[in-house]
Ligand binder design. Structure first.
Ligand SMILES: [Zn+2]
Length: 154
């Protein structure tokens, strides 16, 4: 049903700092303008707190009208969070990010969550597959991964 062709061509613009990606998000404003604002309109926080929020998130960005995904991430960010980020941004495309309605962030979050879950489950499956050769002869006694995949206890 979905393939990448239906979404068009993507590009990625990587920023080395959260300040950099946030400035790109506010193209009409210079850094001095942002810093001098008491409250940032997007987050409802002072600029320095916005930057701290982005640092706490470890990854932040946005997708523009040309399917360029602007992103900053810390060097320590786990792959599951990075996948969740891209799932979220692609979710905007699938939902039509231009709609800008109140639900669009929730819908995009659900795509991000879905991708993160799929990653976690695929990691679990790979773990199980690695073990399964050693345990193939043992009877199944218990379940893991919410009963989706059955494994011996030991
Ligand atoms: Zn979003």
């Amino acid at each position: 049903m979905y393939d990448l062709d239906c979404l068009g061509t993507f590009s990625i613009h990587y920023y080395e700092t959260p300040e950099g990606v946030y400035l790109a998000f506010c193209p009409d404003l210079e850094e001095e303008d942002l810093k001098s604002r008491k409250i940032d309109p997007e987050f409802g926080l002072p600029y320095n707190q916005v930057i701290q929020v982005l640092k706490d998130l470890e990854i932040w960005g946005f997708i523009d009208e040309e399917n360029c995904i602007h992103v900053w991430t810390s060097q320590e960010t786990e792959i599951s969070k990075i996948l969740r980020f891209f799932g979220h941004e692609i979710g905007h495309l699938l939902y039509d990010y231009l709609a800008e309605d109140e639900a669009c962030e929730d819908v995009a979050d659900s795509y991000g969550f879905t991708v993160e879950c799929a990653y976690t489950l695929s990691q679990k499956l790979l773990e199980i597959m690695e073990k399964s050769e050693e345990i193939a002869e043992k009877p199944l006694r218990t379940s893991e991964v919410n009963g989706l995949i059955f494994l011996p206890e030991d």
